[in-house]
Design a protein around this ligand. Structure first.
Ligand SMILES: Cc1cc2nc3c(=O)[nH]c(=O)nc-3n(C[C@H](O)[C@H](O)[C@H](O)COP(=O)(O)OP(=O)(O)OC[C@H]3O[C@@H](n4cnc5c(N)ncnc54)[C@H](O)[C@@H]3O)c2cc1C
Length: 455
């Protein structure tokens, strides 16, 4: 059996699979091995029930600045392009509203509209009357004196990221076969540890070892643990935050987001019709700290214990995080939402009615077994809770590490491009990445930012 590969990929969620897809189709890398401990692809945070299925396009995220909004849209267009061209079953166009309620929020959204509309030709500012016509449920029961506007877009997309992962992997496997490349995908295979070798890395799986020249650490919340094993990322620990959903019948066939507090790196609850059953809408996610890296897997308790948060330095970092009063209040409210019996009453009053004023607690049901865990990085140097991005390796260590990225599913192909640029550079002379062809293959033609940063 082969145990020597050019690239090793740890984790077959959408992040790892997108990198495999790009490596196979758009580079001359010839051998890749993928390790995934689940029985199939995209079954943890990328699963169809564990996230909000939103393709984040920069229009409905009030906490993004102008550059972030344009950048996330660029990456999301690649996912939408993949869905439209290669996997129509994985997603559907879905309009988005981002509503501002009250004078302060409305003033901010007017400025936001002025800032974003030069980039997004589809973006519209809906005033109260137009909003009432287009989305009566958002207005029913609302105080007529309350100021409200919506930043509305028809360019939105809802994606079943599990189906997306399955489709990207199927395409990569088919193309690898056609091109005579080696792509070994080992499901049901837990990576126990990773070690640095003179050239590349040894991946330890039970009593076997695999040698790879470059590494993609895409193990979701488990990625930080692997970086620690390789001796980097030690300035970070992790606060795992579970997100639950309430479900109800769809009141508006569009995604509805609200004003997001920029000091809290966790999305506020929003409403999202299910892409596979648009008659059902999910509300959430809530945010509850939980000592697990994967919600349905108690064995990840031990991984959490080892990720650094419970060390004296980690606990001090956590204490500094909790000094943020906004965050504490946000956490306290979310604890209420998860209480048995009364939780949905609190959720209806404190969250859901901000979107649909007439909704009642009895309309809501907790979605059992749904909702993933966002592994929020704690920066131990500053005591800040970060949006988890890429952890940069030290000079000479040829590993990409993408720990539970946010909004990672929307950015999976954009992240893959950055990773693959590194892989070909690290593999050495003679390796090439045809990024221009990849972007051209996946570009949507009907919507998109006017200014682009694409190559
Ligand atoms: C509640 C919630 C809502 C979200 N909503 C959205 C949204 O609407 N839009 C959006 O774009 N993003 C959203 N996200 C974020 C998005 O789900 C993730 O960023 C994305 O799914 C991450 O993909 P991934 O492949 O990095 O991780 P995962 O999908 O978690 O995959 C990691 C894989 O690594 C495997 N693995 C881990 N450790 C090992 C090991 N030691 N050996 C072998 N395999 C291992 C796991 O089994 C898993 O399959 C949401 C996340 C949450 C939690």
């Amino acid at each position: 059996m082969q145990n020597d590969y050019e690239v090793g990929v740890l984790g077959a969620g959408v992040t790892g699979i997108a990198t495999v897809f790009a490596l196979i189709l758009y580079t001359n890398v010839r051998s890749i091995v993928v390790f995934e401990r689940r029985r199939g692809p995209a079954q943890v945070n990328s699963s169809r029930v564990n996230n909000s299925q939103t393709l984040h396009m920069g229009r409905a995220e009030s906490n993004y600045n102008e550059a972030q909004a344009v950048a996330v849209s660029e990456d999301a267009q690649l996912v939408a392009g993949f869905v439209e061209r290669l996997a129509p079953e994985a997603g559907q166009p879905m309009s988005t509203h981002m509503i501002a309620v009250g004078n302060a929020e409305v003033a901010e959204f007017r400025n936001r509209f002025a800032m974003l509309s030069p980039h997004f030709s589809d973006l519209r500012l809906l005033e109260r009357d137009e909003l009432a016509r287009m989305a009566p449920k958002l207005m029913e029961g609302r105080d007529p004196k309350e100021a409200i506007v919506s930043l509305y877009s028809e360019a939105g997309y809802a994606v079943d990221f599990q189906s997306l992962g399955e489709a990207m992997l199927a395409k990569a496997i088919a193309e690898a076969k056609r091109m005579g490349k080696t792509l070994d995908v080992r499901f049901g295979t837990q990576v126990d540890s990773v070690r640095r070798e003179k050239i590349g890395f040894a991946i330890v799986v039970k009593d076997e070892e695999y040698l790879v020249k470059t590494l993609e650490i895409a193990a979701g919340n488990g990625s930080l643990l692997i970086a620690h094993q390789l001796g980097y990322g030690r300035e970070f620990a992790m606060l795992p935050v579970a997100g639950s959903y309430f479900v109800t019948k769809t009141l508006l066939d569009a995604k509805v987001y609200g004003f997001q507090d920029p000091s809290i790196p966790l999305a506020k609850a929003h409403s999202d019709p299910d892409v596979n059953d648009r008659g059902v809408m999910r509300f959430g996610p809530t945010a509850r700290p939980m000592p697990l890296l994967e919600r349905d897997s108690w064995s990840t308790l031990w991984e959490f214990v080892r990720v650094g948060t419970l060390s004296p330095r980690g606990l001090w970092g956590l204490a500094r995080v909790l000094l943020n009063l906004h965050l504490l209040m946000f956490g306290a409210k979310n604890v209420l939402y998860e209480l048995p019996y009364v939780g949905k009453w609190f959720f209806a009053r404190m969250e859901a009615r901000k979107i649909f004023p007439t909704i009642r607690a009895r309309d809501l049901a907790l979605a059992k077994g749904a909702g993933g865990i966002r592994g929020q990085l704690i920066d131990l140097r500053t005591g800040a809770l970060m949006k988890a991005e890429r952890i940069l390796p030290p000079e000479g260590l040829h590993a990409n590490c993408i720990p539970s990225p946010s909004p990672g599913a929307s950015k999976c192909l954009g992240n893959a491009i950055v990773s693959v640029r590194n892989h070909v550079a690290w593999q050495g002379p003679g390796y090439q990445f045809d990024e221009t062809r990849m972007r051209a293959d996946l570009r949507r033609t009907n919507y998109g930012p006017r200014k682009t940063t694409a190559s």
